[in-house]
Design a protein around this ligand. Structure first.
Ligand code: F6P
Length: 353
């Protein structure tokens, strides 16, 4: 078979490991593997490279994606869709493996209408906002990067007895803030899934956390607040208002804000991310051979949703099922998010001890 593969949307560490595995497993099983550069932009432009063994040797260890990525504006339009289908036919693709986040896999779902070729999605996004997927490719590395950054920040914070507000990526998803915040011994974790309580209530809540951290009878040397990007109050505004509170109630203590931004998305993938990418990609080639279409493979799928595959950690779900669950993850109604929030609520009051 002729299998196309592309990486699309925000890159994530481990995409290269997934690309290499699709190529190596595909070639080993007698297929031709065609890499498409710059995501759907490259598909529209028929910008391709045959992925030989030499082409993919040694790439698993690198962050980013050797094929490049893009957020295509043309592809979702009706004209873009028609052109993409035409390119699939011209390139003679029997299947397309889409490595990316929920937007990119949605793109695959749209392209797959009328089955111009089989579509198999592999979840790759640091945001971990993809339904029916325990850990997407790149999440583990991003969490580790945030924890390392918070550890460094804590060193300097303790040297000055300061408070720090650290904002992490994740778009609407608070997963990175939640997981990394706990690992980094944050005193408070703020995420959007709780619902918008309003700026004043948030400032009040965090001021109370700072009061506890810097109470006169305490020797605590730093306060760390980890805030998800999706919280609808800017870190600059929040930091300024917390500084006002500190000036009034704990004179001499400063708050600094750090927005980690794209630092969190780069870097060499962790061993876990490489392994997740490799096992999902192996599953993708097998799924293609079985004739699967409009599906996504998920790692450690909560509640064992979907169909079993030969790998007990990898399950197959349809892309429409994934999209429905993604919506519920983002609006906070998914039991998966409810469980996460429930756990954090239980420990909320002891974080700042
Ligand atoms: O979806 C991944 C992500 O890194 C989000 O966490 C972030 O909001 C967004 O992409 C940033 O996008 P861009 O790289 O286009 O600025």
């Amino acid at each position: 078979m002729q299998i196309g593969v592309l990486t699309s949307g925000g890159d994530s560490p481990g995409m290269n490991a997934a690309l290499r595995t699709v190529a190596v497993v595909g070639i080993a099983r007698g297929h031709r593997v065609i890499g498409i550069r710059r995501g759907y932009e490259g598909l529209l432009a028929a910008d391709t490279v045959e992925l030989s063994l030499a082409e993919v040797e040694g790439i698993s260890r690198y962050g980013g994606t050797v094929l490049g990525s893009a957020r295509s504006k043309e592809f979702p339009t009706p004209a873009g869709q028609a052109k993409a289908k035409q390119r699939v036919a011209e390139l003679g693709l029997d299947a397309l493996v889409v490595i990316g986040g929920n937007g990119s896999i949605t793109g695959g779902h749209l392209l797959g209408e009328g089955r111009p070729c089989q579509i198999v999605g592999l979840p790759a996004s640091i945001d971990n906002d993809i339904g029916h997927c325990g850990l997407a490719i790149g999440v583990d590395t991003a969490v580790n990067t945030i924890v390392e950054a918070c550890d460094r920040i804590s060193d300097t914070a303790r040297a000055h007895r300061r408070a720090f507000l650290v904002e992490v990526m994740g778009r609407q998803s608070g997963f990175l803030a939640m997981r990394a915040g706990i690992a980094a011994e944050a005193d408070a974790i703020v995420y959007g899934e709780q619902g918008d309580c309003g700026e004043d209530a948030l400032v009040e809540e965090l001021s109370a956390v700072l009061d506890r951290c810097f109470a006169p009878d305490r020797k605590k040397q730093r306060a760390l607040i980890v805030k998800a990007e999706g919280v609808p109050v800017s870190s600059a505004v929040l930091a300024a208002r917390l500084q006002k509170h500190l000036d009034e109630h704990h004179p001499g203590i400063d708050v600094r804000e750090t927005v980690l931004g794209h630092v969190v998305r780069g870097g060499n993938p962790s061993a876990l991310d490489r392994m997740i990418a490799q096992r999902l990609a192996f599953g993708a080639v097998l799924a293609v051979e079985q004739g699967a279409h409009d599906v996504m493979l998920g790692w450690d799928v909560p509640d064992d949703f979907g169909q079993a595959t030969p790998d007990s950690f990898v399950r197959m779900v349809t892309i429409p099922e994934m999209l429905t669950e993604t919506e519920r993850l983002l609006d906070g109604t998914s039991p998966v998010v409810q469980r996460r929030i429930g756990l954090l609520e239980k420990v909320k009051d002891i974080l700042a001890l």
